[in-house]
Design a binder for this molecule. Sequence first.
Ligand code: IMP
Ligand code: MG
Length: 181
Amino acid sequence: MHRDLLNVSYDENAIRKRVIELGLRLAADYAGKNPVFLGILNGAFMFLSDLVRACDFPLELRFLRASSYGASVVTSGTVKLTEPIDSPPLTGRHVLIVEDILDSGVTLSRIRELLLGENPASLRLCAFLDKTSCRRLPIEADYVGFSCEASFFVGYGLDYAGRYRNLPYIGVLKPEIYETG
Ligand code: IMP
Ligand code: MG
């Protein structure tokens, strides 16, 4: 375990097992629909790459970049999006937003609003972690890896100030790391 962590909350085995279960559920819901999986960068890169390998049906991939934290453990409330949707438009497509973690819901509410403007055939949300008690806006994920407590997690794509994304497991960051900088 990395020394900046308090614990390992979800180890590689638990993650692998859960991703396979999600892939089976997605296959039941999306096979034959050629959905667009829209990954939210940077955090979702690792989950998305595992998830698509667990999805044994045709799909397309797109990416969107969002950031609301900067070097902080509390969401700023303002979401920065780069060029939101690349062409062709998502009109008539079945779209699944894939996100690392759903926290206040500010980021995903904003993204959902933008995507709905493109008139997709359907729009659902898949988040690997769900901090259910932290919501500031009413938004729920249709597919969730794990519901978790309100701690600050890193690893498996999740970062603090750009670090720890490459850890293959997820753990709680020691508060002294962000309290002292
Ligand atoms: P929201 O807009 O508050 O729902 O925040 C969503 C984004 O905040 C996620 O995509 C993450 O990038 C980031 N985030 C929220 N909680 C955590 C955490 O525990 N660790 C790392 N990043 C987090
Ligand atoms: Mg993110």
